[in-house]
Ligand binder design. Structure first.
Ligand code: ATP
Length: 310
């Protein structure tokens, strides 16, 4: 668990993080959004002691971070940043294996972990293991940066715009991969992003920063349904909120008995994608299947109702 209590950071007389208190429960994802310069990166860097607070207390797994030497603290906290920060003269395998090597892992264990992570990020180990960062695309470098942060299976992962340079398709996949990894290892993640849809999709909870202050911290449905301030509403984009809600919900709970024409959509499809398919294919009801078996149908009326406000 990560706990911030009344944390501030003042630089040159300017308050860049102002009296922030929040908790990130173990095994959950907190996404941090806000305008440029609102203090998001600083908040992240306070957690692994890349910068020190001017006031307040930060606890990681119950320990005040001031009592833990920074290098020891950072061994248990993965850090992935935009621009990835890869070592240019080391291969992909050496980059990913850097922290495990520091921790004294055996070579075979490091090699196995490198291959496991490359596979997880859909990069063929045989093709990528021995390349230098310069021989990778920007998106590949970014994925290696995230793989490196995950290498020693840290219980906590701090991520600063980790998917910023990725195209929308790879970005969507990288988000899915991150969710899968997080669920598999029970990692606690704090992720800074400019992208509200990314924040809603990944966050168990979302923190909204404005001018160094934490203006709201809530789960995605509560944030969309009841933005605390005008600023949060504007950041969400009022015109999108029905669709944002629909993107969070799955068709699975809306399936009813009965027939529907055409190709089925798989269980696990979001309400938003199902509605889009219903509109596009001009079908007022769609069959829903799981593993090739038809479960029933979902009607457009039921899909539409999911976009209603509180
Ligand atoms: N060492 C420093 N000295 C002076 N000002 C700083 C320092 N570090 C950060 N700031 C200022 O503090 C504010 C918050 O910076 P921070 O990087 O945390 O914002 P951010 O929300 O992550 O912004 P962005 O989304 O643009 O990356 C900015 O106005 C920045 O210029």
């Amino acid at each position: 668990m990560i706990e911030l209590a009344h944390v501030s950071r003042v630089v040159g007389g300017r308050t860049i993080v102002a009296d922030v208190s929040l908790r990130v429960a173990a095994g959950t994802i907190l996404t941090v959004v806000g305008t440029s310069g609102s203090g998001k990166t600083t908040l992240l860097r306070l957690i692994n002691r890349l910068v020190e607070p001017s006031a307040g207390t930060i606890r990681v797994a119950g320990r005040d971070v001031r009592t833990v030497p920074p290098h020891a603290l950072r061994r248990g906290i993965g850090y992935a940043i935009q621009g990835h920060g890869l070592f240019p003269h080391r291969t992909v395998a050496e980059n990913i294996g850097a922290v495990p090597k520091l921790l004294g892992w055996e070579r075979a264990r490091i090699a196995a972990r490198v291959d496991e992570l490359l596979t997880l990020f859909r990069l063929d180990p045989a093709l990528y293991r021995d390349r230098l960062p310069a021989a990778l695309s920007g998106g590949e470098q970014q994925r290696i940066g995230v793989a490196r942060a995950l290498a020693a299976e840290p219980p906590i992962l701090l991520m600063d715009e980790p998917f910023g340079a990725l195209d929308p398709i790879i970005r969507g996949r990288a988000q899915d991969d991150l969710k899968a990894i997080q669920q598999r290892y029970g990692t606690t993640i704090v992720l800074v992003t400019h992208d509200m849809n990314e924040a809603l999709r990944l966050g168990d909870r979302i923190a909204v920063m404005d001018g160094g202050r934490l203006v709201q911290e809530a789960d995605p449905t509560a944030l969309i349904g009841a933005p605390a301030t005008e600023f949060v509403g504007a950041l969400l984009g009022r015109g999108d909120r029905a669709f944002q809600l629909m993107a969070l919900r799955l068709v699975d709970d809306l399936v009813e008995p009965g027939p529907a024409p055409g190709a089925p959509i798989p269980a696990g499809t979001s309400v938003r994608d199902a509605l889009a398919e219903s509109l596009w294919s001009q079908r007022p009801a769609l069959p829903v299947s799981r593993d090739g078996v038809i479960l029933g149908r979902v009607t457009r009326a039921r899909l539409e109702a999911q976009g209603a406000g509180p």
